[in-house]
Design a protein around this ligand. Structure first.
Ligand SMILES: Nc1nc2c(ncn2[C@@H]2O[C@H](COP(=O)(O)OP(=O)(O)OP(=O)(O)O)[C@@H](O)[C@H]2O)c(=O)[nH]1
Ligand SMILES: [Mg+2]
Length: 226
């Protein structure tokens, strides 16, 4: 990762020093200047959103950091971050000027009842396969862990759906800088994704958040043109 040209070199550090990731600032958040409105929490995958806009959905196992990542993109705390995993049971919808961002229930939370798990899975699958305005899936995977069996099942579902997928490896701050690129390549290989489709991110340090915002906007713009 190269230093951004607009960032001054901090005092006492030479240009050749390895880049530090400063704490995420509101100004780094790609959608900080945009009006973002929380529309609501819906139990139904086919809920109609008005007006119709392209949609990007955030998918990942419980506790992977979906809500935190949305807040990092927004530059404000609109999505509720879990103190206990598995708490986002509905489809949470955020409206931006040019798209909707959809926060899904996390999968793989063992302590849910069978009924709740079945309901969450149906909601997630319904959103991926049945929403006509869906333009992309932002798939979150914890950088520290190999993909789970459930991650692999979703890889198949995503492949079959034909929806563009961008994988974001979350919590990169939890891994030493020198190990991050190797994990990125290993996870990409395990999920048979091209390396450029797998981005390093951290909601805590801000790593990769600006790039992710740009990728989301590019995905929406690309489908608008076609
Ligand atoms: N160190 C670190 N912790 C993070 C990061 N992102 C999220 N967390 C922590 O991980 C936990 C889960 O974060 P959430 O954003 O609620 O995860 P979620 O995927 O929305 O969880 P569910 O809605 O329960 O599925 C919280 O304790 C967060 O503070 C990150 O980038 N770095
Ligand atoms: Mg959440």
């Amino acid at each position: 990762m190269t230093r951004r040209p607009d960032r001054p070199v901090p005092e006492g550090r030479s240009e050749s020093a390895p880049p530090l990731f400063p704490p995420a600032k509101e100004s780094d958040a790609p959608f900080a200047a945009a009006p973002v409105e929380f529309i609501g929490s819906f139990p139904n995958a086919t809920v109609r959103l008005d007006p119709t806009r392209p949609e990007v959905v955030v998918l990942g196992r419980s506790n992977v950091g979906k809500s935190s990542l949305l807040n990092a993109l927004f530059g404000r705390r609109l999505a509720r971050v879990s103190t206990t995993p598995g708490r986002t049971g509905h489809l949470n919808v955020y409206r931006l000027p040019t798209l909707y961002l959809l926060d899904l229930p996390g999968y793989g939370f063992a302590r849910l009842s069978h009924g709740e798990r079945t309901r969450h899975a149906a909601l997630v699958e319904g959103v991926i396969t049945r929403r006509r305005s869906l333009r992309g899936v932002l798939w979150l995977l914890d950088i520290r862990h190999p993909p789970s069996d459930e991650d692999r099942r979703y890889a198949e579902l995503l492949g079959a759906s034909g929806v563009p997928v961008l994988a974001a490896l979350t919590k990169s701050d939890k891994l030493p800088f020198g190990q991050r690129a190797a994990r990125q390549h290993a996870i990409a290989a395990e999920l048979a994704l091209p390396a450029e489709q797998v981005q390093l991110t951290s909601s805590r340090s801000g790593e990769g958040i600006a790039d992710l915002g740009a990728s989301i906007l590019a995905a929406v713009a690309a489908t608008e043109e076609s």
